[in-house]
Design a protein around this ligand. Sequence first.
Ligand code: GDP
Ligand code: MN
Length: 383
Amino acid sequence: MKLEEFQAKKLFSRSGIPIPEGSMVTTAEEARETAGKIGCPVVVKAQVQTGGRGKAGGVKLAQSPEEAQQRASEILGMDIKGHKVKRLLVDPAVDIRGELYAGITVDRNKKAPVMMVSPAGGVDIEEVARTTPEKITFQRIDPLMGLQLFEAKRLAFGLFDEKKKALATAGILTRLWSCFRDCDASLAEINPLAELADGGIIALDAKIVLDDNAMYRHPDLKEMRLPTPDEEKELLAKSKGLSYVQLEGEIGCMVNGAGLAMATMDLIKHLGGRPANFLDIGGSSNPQKVIDAMELLVSDPNVRVIFINVFGGITRCDDVANGLVEALGQLELDLPLVVRLTGTNEDQGREILANAGITAVTDMTEGASKALELASAGGGERA
Ligand code: GDP
Ligand code: MN
């Protein structure tokens, strides 16, 4: 379970790690009020369960409450790597002298938590590990003994010659370990750990991933859970009477019935393709439901082709065909479409589709193969 920065900073603060004392807000007006309260300049930061917000334009400085409001309205609603921004953190801005890195993760090979520090902070640490690995220092942490003060000091004096700064940093590293241990985290990261112009050392960013398997003993942390983008989509689908599960492939599937939907995914996999989703639109031919389902499918940027697989039982194929034609008339679909339609009144259904310029196949394997072909042919290449 990933926490957002404002939540992780609360846990940092609880463990005694110095952080800027800001507030989480959900509207631009609130951002202005908060900026007025804490005093400008402030930094307005997108709260999403992913990193790289700075690069994506999700972290902005503001010199006045009005500017904070302006920046907030720009950042709210922004899409950062598939995460829609709904919350912001408004922090007092600080004068930065240097950006360092400190983090703890579990190292399976060492069978222990490992602390990593680097003077090259503020940037993607994976990039540092790739290009200049010598800039990262590791310290295995004995899980029973915990991080020892001499170990924290050794790391801190590697970062700062100045005694005061090194000792402040050693204190932060020790507290980062307590925080990691006390929350049953699998990752706790400060990037950047900032060296301020006034000599202070402070955590400017916070990232914590909690171990789901340990959440039973942290009811207060469990409550912090925020839905991921995938989960939000699934909830939206549910509210429209659709049963939807997001997957990672390119073939968007729309099927009537859960069993047939499962079989459709199996067949696509069997043929060497990858389904983009599970989607059961149920036994109704309601055009609105088809429209809702289509909108859900095209909102996934990975989808290259849509495969509609309908077996008409109680639901009649002519009804389904009418619903489909009406739905397609209302949508501007820029993706190739494959329809497989069989069952009750299938001839009428196919005729209705043919009149609307859509060819339907009867065989499921034929339909799936066609969808695979279109997906790999780069059909519906999208921006
Ligand atoms: P990330 O890009 O998602 O990791 O977001 P961060 O919280 O790490 O912010 C990105 C960058 O914004 C940091 O590395 C800093 O350079 C800058 N930044 C964040 N807060 C402040 C601040 O208070 N003052 C200044 N000058 N820069 C800041
Ligand atoms: Mn960061």
